[in-house]
Design a protein around this ligand. Sequence first.
Ligand code: PLP
Length: 416
Amino acid sequence: MAWINENFLKLSAGYLFPEIARRVKVFCDANPELALKVIRCGIGDVTEPLPEVAVTALREGVDDLAIRERFQGYGPSAGHDFVRGAIAQSMFRDCGVDIADDEIFLSDGSKPDASHFLELFGSGNVIGVPDPVYPVYVDTNVMAGNTGVMKDGRYQGLVYMEATPENGFVPEPPSQPVDVAYLCSPNNPTGSAMNRAALTRWVNWALSNDTLILFDAAYEAYIRDNDIPRSIFEIPGAKKCAVEFRSFSKNGGFTGLRCGFTVVPKELTGRTRDGKRIPFHGLWSRWWSTCSNGVSWPVQKAVAALCTPQGQKQMKALCDFYLANAAILRKAIAAQGLQVWGGENAPYVWLKCPAGLTSWDAFDVLLREAQLVTTPGAGFGNCGEGFLRVSAFNSRANVEEAGRRLALLSAAPSKR
Ligand code: PLP
């Protein structure tokens, strides 16, 4: 008899993206003549080819595996030293942030990292999550048994940190203490980003409450405003209270290739029940050597190539392309007289639905009337109700067409 992890049974039935896929399929099956017109600005997946430096390095990596003298087998679990060093130098030390090579742990992406990191925690931690939230933070905590059941759209036991138009979609530290708090900046789904003052308030609060911040910086490459930190470690004291998740998915287009990393400072500690402080660095090293054999050789070579000056230039060009898409979407939405946020330091645009429409109403209107797929804000949490996320990850032609079709949303209430 294999007993199951019954926490899985607490998960709310329709994960957001399968539900979107289901509605799109129902629409396309019922309207085959319109199926080809569908433009997908829903899921946040990149559309453009990989930077040239990465392609060249991948080819070289495959050649290495084909030649006996250059063959590579298992590497160190947390990544080859030259790759960890290239990341620490180009993405941190060159930006004035003192991170050591061995504080970088290479992985197959920041979604798996955010999930696996929970294995380092004991039971009974109080977890704080933003609302709206990247659903992975919530569901992985449900699976890990860190929550009760869902009631009125929220899991009992979690502390929801509300992001609203009033706080610019940047939650303040909660009034009650939490043991672990997730922050995501630039934010998925709202496209907001935390400025230096806001992030400093969070770090100081975490230090005085002995809270661990799990800082998701998967979209840092989209930051263009100098007052927005690219890393939480730009804030004094953060190495004592935070880990940072990074990804090559959205800066290097690696969503299909898979690579990310987590920064775990050596001075970061957690508590045992009998009051000892234990560094997370050692625990995470142990997790990697026990549970993984790391990232493939060609992918690691591609990551090292992205860290070169030429690679960084190509990544910036890729992000600039998606940011220009976001600007087109913002302009089109504002032209409809709708309120719009995000899209300036993030590849997501967040809009307020016309009065009288819920998120799913607005989603259905755009699918039905405009064959445009967006993401309903309500799928990211109660505070997302009444908002829609539009992803800027698409071709220029599709984004320009999506901008035109968005006009059908402001016309929607009179059509219903
Ligand atoms: N973190 C956030 C906030 C995301 O939006 C995403 C992907 O959409 C990820 C992490 C996942 O990144 P990866 O592809 O590296 O697993």
